[in-house]
Design a protein around this ligand. Structure first.
Ligand code: SF4
Ligand code: SF4
Length: 474
């Protein structure tokens, strides 16, 4: 969108920094309207999911767990291990491509509707602030007041509630990392777990800093996803946009005057009320066009709709639309770029589906014991190799009687002091075993053997290893 030179000054500075480089504190007006109601419904539902996430169990397993220290990960109640890292990596790639696809198509929709930073700030911390300190005008007034009893009371109450919520959020996040059962056990005996408490308080301090002070700066200057907008957005991306064609028309925007005929004066529909600026939590003026600071929170859409209704003009002067749509009044287009991202996303989802459906419940790793070659037994004409095995049960089911069988050759497999392996859910076990082949099976070179792991008579995992013997053995 073209701006006359005198209106281009917004490009020279960010809206939250004064000309002298100091932080400019924002007091956004309390949003209200249809979009805000919808965002509240989505946001509170997501907060609910986030808070119950660590306490939801599937077959006794936490629904989501990211225990990096013990290398235990649960996604939708399914355990994943470091051996499944490729699956987690693909899942992350799918997430990134999905977000990119969404951004190319729908701008920062994620930021406005799903991002925990926006949800916590705009739907939890900010409403508490409005409740204690009042709306924009009252907050500015309170800020300018000297530190009297009233101001101390309100600020102390607000900061104390902010601290408690930050502490609660820290607990929930920690439950995702160490598990809700462990966290509850720690909470029950805090004296023995001072380290955890200190850790929690550090986490709390970070959340408190972000939501009580740093706030919109996360989205404006710190968030890497926000920085990506410049390369992902194009003129076909749907963003929160001001319809400058309608808002400015021939004579530009102008204050509302009941007696004025705006058709005749050629003035645009924007009545220059600044309501869209006052509600903006990042302090920008959306009428200057799409800006990196816009988190698509829809507050300006609601504010403008309200004003349009009040002066009897059609709503949607600020709406979800692309630059192209506003310019040409055409419908949404599924561009080649979107098609490309969709193809990559489909391929990744397909690959992930194949990998997850072929994922075995037990993973076996077989290794020859280093330094041990083979043993010849001339009495019964056999060659023997010794191995170690490592078994991981990735399922939530116990296996009482796992048995190893040689699949590719005739021969014997046995373990010292045991005939079967008992493997509990999520358990990792290792041990030693021997493979013995008859002389006639030996070909004078390395043999590749295939070994099966059976539960009752059901084959549940296959693994292969090499068998060594003498070069010449008659
Ligand atoms: S410009 Fe509108 S949508 Fe963007 S951050 Fe400001 S109020 Fe929210
Ligand atoms: S709220 Fe709407 S009418 Fe008011 S200044 Fe913003 S765009 Fe113009």
């Amino acid at each position: 969108m073209q701006q006359p030179p005198e209106k281009e000054s917004f490009r020279d500075a960010i809206s939250t920094v004064t000309p002298t480089g100091k932080r400019m504190w924002l007091y956004p007006k309390k949003p209200k309207g249809t979009y805000y109601k919808k965002r509240k419904a989505v946001g509170y539902f997501l907060v609910f999911l986030l808070f119950i996430g660590p306490f939801l169990k599937v077959n006794g397993k936490q629904f989501f767990l990211f225990n990096v220290i013990e290398r235990k990960f649960h996604v939708f109640g399914t355990p994943f291990y470091t051996q499944d890292f490729h699956l987690l990596a693909i899942m992350m790639l799918i997430g990134i491509v999905f977000v990119c696809l969404f951004t190319v198509g729908f701008g920062r929709l994620f930021c406005g509707w799903v991002c925990p930073q926006t949800i916590f700030l705009e739907l939890i911390f900010r409403p508490i602030e409005y409740w204690i300190e009042g709306d924009r005008g009252a907050q500015i007034k309170l800020q300018k007041m000297p530190w009297n009893a009233e101001k101390i009371k309100r600020k102390t109450l607000k900061w104390s509630i902010f601290f408690l919520i930050s502490f609660l959020i820290s607990n929930v996040f920690l439950a995702y990392f160490i598990g809700s059962n462990t966290l509850i056990a720690y909470v029950r005996s805090p004296k023995e777990n001072i380290q955890t408490l200190v850790f929690l308080l550090c986490f709390t301090a970070v959340f408190y800093f972000v939501f009580a002070w740093f706030r919109e700066q996360v989205c404006v200057i710190a968030c890497p996803y926000g920085r990506l907008q410049g390369v992902l957005l194009d003129k076909h991306s749907i963003v929160v946009a001001y319809d400058y064609k309608r808002g400015e028309k021939e004579a530009g925007r102008g204050k509302f005057n009941k007696r004025e005929d705006r058709v005749q004066s050629q003035k645009g529909d924007c009545i220059d009320c600044d309501q869209c600026v006052d509600v903006c939590p990042t302090g920008i003026d959306i009428r200057n066009g799409t800006q990196l600071e816009c988190v698509n929170c829809t507050a300006c859409m609601d504010a403008c709709d309200h004003m349009m209704e009040a002066v009897g003009l059609p709503k949607n002067l600020i709406r979800y639309a692309s630059e192209y749509q506003i310019e040409t009044k055409q419908k949404f287009q599924f561009t080649n770029r979107l098609k490309g991202y969709s193809l990559v996303l489909t391929l990744l989802v397909g690959l992930f589906t194949v990998l997850i459906s072929t994922r075995t419940t037990i993973e076996a790793t077989l290794l020859r014991i280093p330094g041990q070659l083979f043993t010849l037994n001339e009495t019964d004409n056999t060659i023997r190799n010794v191995y170690t095995f490592k078994l991981i049960n990735k399922s939530t089911q116990d296996f009482e009687q796992l048995e190893m069988r040689l699949l590719s050759h005739q021969g014997k497999i046995y373990m010292p002091n045991q005939t079967h392996i008992g493997l509990k859910a999520e358990e990792l076990q290792d041990g030693t075993f021997f493979i013995e082949l008859q002389k006639k099976s030996w070909n004078g070179k390395k043999l590749k053997l295939e070994i099966g792991f059976f539960d009752q008579d059901e084959l549940i995992e296959k693994a292969s290893t090499l068998f060594l013997g003498p070069r010449t053995y008659q």
